[in-house]
Design a protein around this ligand. Structure first.
Ligand SMILES: Nc1ncnc2c1ncn2[C@@H]1O[C@H](COP(=O)(O)OP(=O)(O)OP(=O)(O)O)[C@@H](O)[C@H]1O
Length: 575
């Protein structure tokens, strides 16, 4: 539509001088131009109307394309393996989805406008040749210079625009980091340092911006000199042809106007700029679209399976470094397994792999004998639930936050899950109880975490993965939650990333990770004999039990001589 309106407007602009020139000649000769006068007025009006329609269509076209580009990028991002998406800072993703998508969305309209802006000079040149060949030849001789100006502008501006967009996104990323860590920055009194860090790329951004404008200005200045020169030369040749009696007054008027329109090819510089900007921006949104998606299979799980999890030859590599290796680890269905280890040992990576938030680089994870990557999306997400340390609850009401997931639990199930997570009490004290919008519910860190737990409980399938999901709960509440988890939540296998010895003690089995490797699998009581294991909980070499951390029950026999906990062999993983 934009192209149609632009081309029609260009057609009207090209036809106008010819019609006006002929009308003038008729008026000078007979004093009566007849219907040519009406045609001239009609063309003028038509051009104005078509220009307005072009503007309107341009707006609509840009908005529609921007939405389409943004949606495609967003879909790619959401389909991507979470781990991949994590590699991009949130500010960078935000810039790609907003500014870059808007720039990219302007491309079709800019291309249509460029096509129309080329039709006008070409049409004008043809019409000029019809009016007078000599004037047309004069204009044609000057066109290569204008084409050179445009070509060098398009070439130089591409690299600068790409660098400008990258710097923009760097500032956005740093700003977002600073906002997320505002409390830490405030407490550390490093506001000035943080401000300087966020704004550091500003100088580069300004430099890139200036360079862009300089290129733009240079192209406009060059074409600004060339266009009047070309028009002047054409008028001079036209004047000579008039003096020689080869051209009428109306013909001279038309020739001058056509020379102007032909030289107007220089105005394409700003459209070219928009197209180059859109191309670079599209490249950035395509990177989101092209992220490796998490694909699903067609298998279903055997009905009433106990939820047995098995890790076979699993290896996860990040930045060229192995961050997890687990082979022959089998977690019996219905048992609770605590995953323990020092910070960075690979606990979260194992938790992510176990429920297929990420695929391992090597090996497979099986749930009730079926490889996770062969399961349908529905089977995977209804049978595996997650609770995280910092859950994202969305923007709806409290009830909607708890109910959100692959299955839609009833209102009573939502309440039941909230009760199990120790959230029912504070939710009922909110102004509208479960119907309170989250935006109006000021939640503490622990309350936030309990709502996340409630959501996981409401959707608990045969496997429930809890990655540090009770870290903000006090010990008493955590204990109650654990009891409720056994009593009121759908029975199944629990994989719990734990930092407290009390959690490990309550688990049927402990998976002890060290530097990305499974160091041992056993019960907390058995493992406690190893000084290395006690050290995970900050109990150091204190094997007499008193150092079992403030909240942990003391395993009997903890004071005995340390047993040798061998590296885990496959059969040891089957208690
Ligand atoms: N996407 C990633 N890119 C690069 N490295 C990663 C990525 N994910 C995890 N790692 C690295 O893998 C290692 C294990 O990380 P993981 O989050 O599993 O540790 P953790 O045991 O859960 O630690 P913590 O108890 O501190 O949460 C760390 O060294 C971490 O830096």
């Amino acid at each position: 539509m934009v192209l149609l309106c632009s081309v029609a407007a260009a057609g009207a602009a090209v036809a106008q001088p010819l019609v006006l020139g002929h009308t003038l000649d008729l008026l000078l000769r007979d004093g009566d131009a007849g219907w040519w006068l009406a045609l001239s007025a009609g063309l003028l009006l038509g051009e104005v109307l078509l220009d307005s329609a072009t503007s309107l269509c341009t707006g609509r076209c840009t908005a529609t394309w921007t939405a389409a580009v943004r949606l495609r990028a967003l879909r790619g991002l959401l389909r991507a393996v979470p781990d991949q998406a994590r590699a991009l800072p949130p500010g960078d993703v935000g810039t790609r989805l907003t500014l870059n998508a808007a720039d990219a969305g302007g491309a079709p309209a800019a291309r249509a406008a460029l096509a129309a802006s080329l039709i006008t000079p070409l049409g004008a040149l043809g019409a000029l040749a019809f009016v007078d060949l000599w004037v047309a030849a004069c204009v044609l001789a000057g066109l290569p210079a204008l084409a050179l100006v445009l070509r060098s502008f398009a070439r130089d501006t591409g690299a600068t625009v790409a660098a400008y967009q990258r710097t923009q996104s760097l500032i956005a990323s740093r700003l977002l980091e600073a906002l997320e860590g505002a409390a830490t920055v405030g407490a550390a009194g490093t506001v000035d340092r943080e401000r300087a860090r966020v704004l550091a790329p500003l100088a580069e951004l300004a430099e890139r911006g200036r360079h862009m404008w300089a290129l733009h200005g240079r192209a406009l200045a060059r074409s600004g000199v060339l266009v009047p020169l070309l028009t002047l030369a054409a008028t001079a040749v036209g004047g000579l042809r008039l003096a020689a009696g080869e051209l009428s007054v109306g013909g001279l008027l038309a020739a001058g106007r056509y020379a102007q329109l032909t030289a107007g090819v220089g105005a394409a510089a700003s459209l070219l700029g928009a197209i180059v900007r859109a191309r670079e921006a599209r490249h950035r949104t395509r990177e989101l679209e092209g992220m490796k998606p998490l694909t699903y299979g067609t298998r279903r799980l055997p009905p009433d399976g106990p939820g047995e999890v098995e890790l076979r030859g699993v290896r996860v590599v990040r930045d060229g470094r192995q961050v997890l290796r687990a082979d022959g680890v089998r977690v019996p269905g219905g048992s609770t397994v605590a995953v323990v280890g020092r910070g960075g040992a690979g606990k979260s990576v194992l938790a992510a792999v176990a429920g297929r938030l990420v695929d391992p680089d090597e090996g497979h994870v099986l749930l009730d004998g079926v490889r996770l990557d062969r399961l349908t999306r529905d089977a995977l997400r209804t049978e595996v639930a997650y609770a995280f340390e910092r859950p994202v609850l969305g923007e709806g009401t409290v009830a909607e936050a708890v109910a959100g997931g692959a299955r839609q639990p009833s209102r009573e199930q939502v309440r039941e899950a909230a009760r199990a997570a120790g959230a029912d009490g504070f939710v009922r004290r909110l102004p509208h109880g479960y119907d309170t919008p989250l935006a109006q519910a000021p939640l503490s860190g622990g309350e936030h975490q309990r709502l996340g737990l409630a959501r996981a409980f409401a959707h608990a399938g045969r496997l429930l993965v809890m990655d540090d999901a009770t870290s903000s709960l006090d010990t008493a509440t955590e204990h109650e939650v654990n009891l409720a988890l056994r009593r009121s939540v759908r029975p199944g296998t629990r994989l719990v990333v734990a930092h407290r010895p009390s959690v490990a003690d309550r688990a049927d089995l402990v998976l002890w990770l060290e530097e990305g490797e499974v160091r041992a699998v056993g019960t907390h009581r058995d493992l406690w004999r190893a000084a290395g294991y006690r050290a995970v909980f900050g109990a150091g070499a204190d094997a007499d039990g008193t150092g079992a951390a403030a909240d942990g029950p003391v395993p009997p026999g903890a004071g005995e001589a340390e047993p040798s906990v061998r590296r885990q062999e496959p059969e040891e993983a089957h208690p």
